[in-house]
Design a protein around this ligand. Structure first.
Ligand SMILES: [Zn+2]
Length: 273
């Protein structure tokens, strides 16, 4: 039992490859229910079922995406159909989503698929967002994705870090693959996260963990390696992208959520976006 997650009113659905984790705030009696990220589209039916089971007779009011890689927003469409929920995306993605520009959304180049959804709102860096009974700060985290945000709750000292920081590393630095300099953005983001007071990190993939300092050290060291040898990053990215192609993916049977606050199996994810 994770009493901090209980106090936050959140449940982590730790998902199988390729889906990102989902964080559900049920909202209790007085607040709206909010889901952070919705997994990959192939798991969308399961995502809807998980949310429905967790909320019981209540409906899901809102989805918020940390960024728009399809392993984080692939369930948006199905959730919107099922619950008629609002969907907030990072402010920098508004135009791309509204026009559904699959090139700018990077789905075309990466061979990803994401069912089209309608955004109803946006979240901006510096916003405070009510998730359950607590205000969460929207923190910019460019690097892995230029528009990505992470969410931080200072009183509970919890960070929802998406793909900006994992227990061991961070997501592929996609802008670098397009010839844009982004390693420094990763560095700046890691330094920004290092200034937060954090007891628990809920990453975009893998189980929640403690020890922000150690994770940051490992991330900085990985980044040092990529900066010293950018070809190594490119090779790593190529491997991840090959694994991301649906034809090469075998979906683990029975991979479902675990309320990681109550203890669950280790994730089956071998490599992530
Ligand atoms: Zn991502």
């Amino acid at each position: 039992m994770n009493s901090i997650f209980d106090a936050a009113g959140l449940t982590v659905f730790e998902r199988g490859w390729l889906s990102s984790n989902n964080v559900l705030f049920d909202g209790g009696e007085r607040h709206e229910s909010v889901l952070i990220d919705s997994g990959y589209w192939t798991h969308a039916a399961q995502t809807v079922a998980l949310v429905r089971r967790a909320l019981g007779s209540r409906r899901l009011d809102r989805v918020v995406n940390t960024h728009l890689h399809s392993d984080h927003c692939g369930g948006n469409h199905a959730l919107q159909v099922a619950f008629k929920c609002a969907i907030d995306v990072p402010a920098g993605e508004i135009d791309k989503v509204d026009r559904w520009d699959e090139s700018l959304l990077t789905y075309r180049d990466t061979g990803q698929h994401c069912p089209r959804f309608a955004r109803t709102g946006a979240v901006s860096v510096g916003d405070q967002m009510l998730c359950g009974a607590w205000l969460w700060e929207v923190v910019g985290s460019p690097g892995h994705d230029p528009e990505s945000i992470v969410l931080y709750q200072p009183e509970l000292r919890v960070l929802i870090s998406a793909d900006a920081l994992w227990e061991n590393g961070f997501g592929v630095v996609f802008p670098e693959l397009d010839g844009m300099r982004a390693f420094q953005d990763v560095r700046d983001t890691l330094n920004r996260l290092g200034q937060l007071q954090v007891d628990w990190v809920i990453p975009g993939h893998g189980k929640p963990f403690q020890g922000l300092g150690g994770a940051l050290e490992r991330a900085h060291s990985r980044l040092d390696g990529f900066i010293a040898d950018p070809a190594r990053h490119a090779r790593h990215a190529a491997k991840v992208l090959v694994k991301f192609q649906p034809k090469n993916v075998s979906y683990p049977v029975g991979v479902g959520p675990t309320s990681t606050g109550k203890g669950g199996p280790t994730p089956t994810i071998r490599s992530q976006m």
